[in-house]
Design a protein around this ligand. Structure first.
Ligand code: GTP
Ligand code: MG
Length: 195
């Protein structure tokens, strides 16, 4: 698999719409604006693919992309976005709770900002992957905004704050520059399944 062919499959707004067809599902989670859609666009080498496929104004959905017929990337709504109503937040929380309880997640790609210390929400998210034994890849995105010498110490800080363990993979990344795209592609290939 080399991510040649990507199809937008669906936007799930409720638990009955979650995909469970036996193919692996890799959940892309992270704070709003951290670059989840950009990382997916980078992976599939298509500008604005993740974004244009998701219905505008309905970002509180789980968007599924099928790559090379073998693995789903699930683009999740970002957490920690202040500018939405209480009603919208409650709906988002309910949907995410259902998604994470659905037993349909094969692996997680958690995207954090390489420049900043992870937030409380980031810690909660990583904790969920750890507690459930779901393989976790931490993508420290936007490294293009850092000086080269700042990357390593920031990665160590991120690993520390998120209580990363030996099973986790941490990848310094830039969706903008496609930096380490190949590393993340290889990681995703580990979950590829022909069926
Ligand atoms: P939500 O859908 O709101 O949760 O956001 P998101 O996590 O999907 O973020 P998105 O991909 O929409 O990117 C948010 C902003 O960050 C955009 O302005 C991107 O251009 C920018 N961005 C994403 N990745 C990078 C990166 O690697 N480097 C830089 N410099 N900017 C980036
Ligand atoms: Mg997005």
């Amino acid at each position: 698999m080399n991510i040649q062919n990507t199809v937008f499959v669906k936007s799930a707004a409720s638990r009955d719409a979650f995909i469970r067809d036996g193919k692996p599902v890799i959940a892309f989670a992270g704070r709003s604006n951290v670059g989840k859609s950009s990382v997916i666009n980078c992976l599939v080498r298509r500008k604005n693919f993740a974004r244009v496929s998701a219905t505008p104004g309905k970002t509180a959905h789980v968007n599924y992309f099928l790559i090379d017929g073998g693995v789903y990337l699930a683009d999740l709504p970002g957490y920690g976005y202040a500018k939405v109503s209480g009603t919208e937040k409650a709906r988002w929380a309910e949907l995410m709770e259902a998604f994470f309880a659905s037993g349909s997640i094969t692996a997680g790609v958690q995207i954090v900002d390489a420049r900043h210390e992870p937030t409380g929400d980031d810690i909660t998210m990583a904790q969920w992957f750890h507690d459930t034994g779901t393989p976790l890849t931490i993508v420290a995105n936007k490294t293009d905004k850092l000086k080269a010498r700042e990357i390593e110490p920031n990665l160590l800080r991120i690993a520390d704050v998120l209580s990363a363990n030996d099973n986790d993979t941490i990848i310094p990344f830039s969706a903008e520059k496609s930096f380490n795209r190949d590393v993340l592609v290889r990681k995703i290939c580990e979950f590829f399944q022909t069926a």
